[in-house]
Design a binder for this molecule. Sequence first.
Ligand SMILES: Cc1cc2nc3c(=O)[nH]c(=O)nc-3n(C[C@H](O)[C@H](O)[C@H](O)COP(=O)(O)OP(=O)(O)OC[C@H]3O[C@@H](n4cnc5c(N)ncnc54)[C@H](O)[C@@H]3O)c2cc1C
Length: 512
Amino acid sequence: MTMATIAVIGSGVAGLTAAAYLQENGHSVTVFEQYPELGGVTATLKQDGFSWDLGPMLLEGFGRGEPAGLILEELGIQEKLQLQREERGLVFPDFSIWPQREYRGPYWRRDYLKRVFPSDSGGLDRYYRFYDRMMDLMALHWRSEQTGGLRSFLLRARTWRAFQKVREMSEWSAAQLMDHFFQGPELKALYTSILADFVVRPSQFSALAVPAINVETPFDKRMPLQVSKAGPRPSYHYVRGGCEKLVALLADKIRSCGGAIYTNTPVNRIAVQDGRVKGIIHNDHEFKRADTVVASGGVREVMFDLVGKEHLPAEFISRVNDVPLMESVHMIHLGVEYDIGRYQPGGLCYYYQTYDIEDAVNRCQQGIYHEGRDGFLVYVPSLHSPEMAPEGLHAVTVYTIAPNHLDKGDWASRGEELSDTLLREVEKYLPGLRKRVKTTVIMTPDEFKKRTHLKHHAFGGRAPVMGKSGGPHRTPIDGLWFIGSQSEKIGGGVSGTMAASRRVVQMILKKR
Ligand SMILES: Cc1cc2nc3c(=O)[nH]c(=O)nc-3n(C[C@H](O)[C@H](O)[C@H](O)COP(=O)(O)OP(=O)(O)OC[C@H]3O[C@@H](n4cnc5c(N)ncnc54)[C@H](O)[C@@H]3O)c2cc1C
C-alpha cells in the first residue's frame, strides 16, 4: 500500500475519528478546521470558571464492545477517557419518571406506567414485548457484523428469524405504532417525545426504530445491560470533565502518529479535475494537494459550494437536495449558585409541556418557535464533574429545539428576549433560578451556524425521516468521501457518527 496524502475537512468527532484511523494506517493526514477551536459541537465552552458542553451530553454506545467503545479501544484511548454511566429523568404535564430509591428490575418503568395508566396496561405489555424483540434484533445484528465466517452466518440467520416477528410493522410509522399499542395521548407522547429533538413528526418516523430511541437503560443506571441471550443493550455515559476530553484524545492520537491539524483554516473549495480530487483550497487562495479528501460538515455546503454542481451528475444533485435536515437549538449556559438537587433529582431532565408531538414538530418545521412552551431540557454537568464549576456552584445548560429562521424577527435582535422567555418556562420547575445566575452564555442558531460552518444548522444532522437518507459516503468524485452527521450514517449521535467514519476509512483502505 502506498502512502496517500489525505485532507480531512472538519475537526468534529467525524473528522477526528477518520483522521486518527487514516494516520494510524500510515497515510499523511491533515485536518482543516475553520473555527479557532477543535471539536465542532463536541467542544466544551468555558467562562468565569464554569465549563459546559456545547452539544452532546449522555452518550450511547461508549461501553466496551459497543460501536464507539470499540473505536476507542482500537485507537488505544479507551483507558484514558473517564466515563460515567448515568441516567435521565422525564417530566410530562401529569407525570414524571425518575429512578426510584429501591431498584425494581429492568421493567420497572413498564410496571410504574401500568399503575399510572391502567387503561393502557395491556398495551404496555404488548409494547414491551415488541421492545424486547427489537432490542434483540439490534443486538444480533451488531454481533453478526463483529464476527465473520460461520458464526456471522448463524447470527445473521437468527437476525432474519427475529425480523420475521416484527416484519408486518416494517412499513408502519411511529404514529401508527403508538395508535396500535396505546389509547391515551400520554403514552403515545412518551415514546415519541424525543422525535421533537430530531424535528421529525411521529408520522414521518419508522415504527421499528421507536425502541432504539426509547432504550430503557438510560432511565436507571442500575439496569443490567444483558437481559437476554441475544446480546447486551446499549449503555449511556457522560464524559467526565466534558466532551473536550474525547476531542483532545483523538487530536493527540492524530498528532502522535504524525498527522497535522490546522484551526482557523476554512476550506473554500475542493479542487476537482476530470472527475477526480486534486486537493483543497483553504483560506481563500492556498492550494494543498491531496489524493483523497474526506469531508464532514453540511452535505449541501460540501457538495454544492466546495465541489460545485458542475462536477456532479443530476441524479446525485437531487439526492443531496433530498437529504432532510433537523433544525437548530436555542441554548443557554448558566453558572449558578442554586441548589438544583432540591427541584431536579438527577443531572439531566427532559421537560415536556405538550402531548401533541406531531403538532409541535409541525410548527417548528414551519419556523414557528415555541419559546420553551412545548418543552426543553436541563442538564447539570457539574453534578458528574464538579471541576466544571467553581466550588459550591453549578454549571447548568438549558436548551430546546428552535428553527434556524424565526417566523417573526431574527435571532440577532431577539436572542436575549427569547432567552428570558425560555428561562421563565424553566422557572416553573426550578423556581427563582434567574436570580441566582452568576454568568450566562447564549447560543442561538446563528452562533451554532458560525461554529459549524453551516448555512442551516441541524442539531443532530440528517433527520431520520422514513424512506430518506443522508449524504452518500461515496461520492461521484473519485477520491472524495463524505462523513459526519449529515451523511448516510446508520444510527445517530456521537457514536453513530464515529462508527460511520470508521466504516468509511475501511472503504478507503480497501480501495487503495
Ligand atoms: C446541542 C446538541 C446536543 C446533542 N446531544 C447529543 C447527545 O446527547 N448524544 C449524542 O450522541 N449526540 C448528541 N448530539 C449530536 C452529536 O453531537 C453530533 O451528531 C456529532 O457530534 C456531529 O459530529 P460531526 O463531526 O459530524 O459535526 P460537527 O461537530 O459539527 O463538526 C464539523 C466540523 O467541521 C467544521 N467545518 C465544516 N465545514 C468546514 C470547512 N469548509 N472548512 C473547515 N472546517 C469546516 C466545522 O467548523 C465543525 O467543527 C448533540 C448535538 C447538539 C448540537
